[in-house]
Design a protein around this ligand. Structure first.
Ligand SMILES: Nc1ncnc2c1ncn2[C@@H]1O[C@H](COP(=O)(O)OP(=O)(O)OP(=O)(O)O)[C@@H](O)[C@H]1O
Ligand SMILES: [Mg+2]
Length: 235
């Protein structure tokens, strides 16, 4: 990362501890991570090591026990619940492992709803136009009126990706977005993510169990028992 860039993500010495059955559980131990605009960072590591917990902190869905979590220059610990919700709408796209689409809505409306929430000032026709363009960008121009049950897993995940990207967020968080997909479809989804990220200058934090996908990122980090270490392999 060019050190003169203002990072989108600036996490410093972040700890995250919970009390479980009366005893402290130290989930994250002094984790630091900086991600620049347009940079794709992959996080790998064993199950239970703390990857999703870190993503939850970056999304402002959980609060750090100590340390700094700053996103786009905003210290998240300074924001109240309403401000955090606004921050998420404006700043974040999130792609989940299990797609979390709304079953009763078509692909177009799933994406359109996310855009409407992020940009309430848009007209209905602007929302439809932008949502359709986002679905076309992920290769689903022919699936606009399909409900999630009528499309494949890979297509659902691409709807999830279109939804995460449609409002053009500066930061995309993806938690094993390819975990439920076959390798070819998974590679396609990640390719789309990299491509859209680079075109829009979006910073991406991608959690994956797939070392081949991780290799495609600009930098790779490994989480082990709550400790995050950069493990980028020179190419
Ligand atoms: N709310 C909670 N209450 C108790 N323990 C929790 C809670 N959230 C996370 N943990 C624990 O913290 C550890 C890290 O969990 P986390 O979900 O971050 O792991 P992960 O690296 O994402 O694993 P996976 O690869 O399986 O998704 C686990 O041991 C988990 O049981
Ligand atoms: Mg996880």
């Amino acid at each position: 990362m060019n050190t003169t860039d203002t990072p989108i993500v600036d996490a410093r010495d972040v700890t995250y501890s919970l009390e479980v059955a009366g005893r402290p559980l130290h989930i994250l131990k002094k984790v630091s991570l900086r991600v620049a605009p347009a940079e794709v960072v992959a996080i790998v590591g064993p199950s239970g090591s703390g990857k999703t917990s870190l993503l939850m902190l970056l999304a402002g869905l959980e609060r750090a026990t100590s340390g700094l979590v700053s996103v786009k220059g905003q210290d998240l610990s300074k924001l109240g619940e309403d401000e955090l919700a606004r921050f998420r709408r404006k700043t974040l796209g999130i792609v989940f492992q299990s797609f979390h689409l709304i079953p009763s809505l078509t692909a177009l409306d799933n994406v359109g709803l996310a855009l409407e929430i992020a940009n309430p000032e848009l007209s209905m026709s602007q929302v439809r136009e932008k949502a359709a363009a986002a679905l076309e960008a992920v290769g689903l121009g022919q699936r606009l009126d399909h409900r999630p049950s009528a499309i494949s897993g890979g297509e659902q995940q691409r709807v999830g990706l279109a939804r995460a990207m449609v409002a053009n967020p500066p930061l995309l968080l993806a938690d094993e977005p390819t975990g439920n997909l076959d390798q070819t479809t998974g590679a396609l989804v990640v390719e789309l993510m990299f491509d859209l990220a680079r075109k829009q200058g979006t910073a991406v934090v991608l959690i994956t169990h797939d070392p081949h996908l991780a290799q495609r990122a600009d930098r790779v980090f490994t989480m082990t028992s709550g400790e995050l270490v950069e493990t980028t392999v020179a190419r």
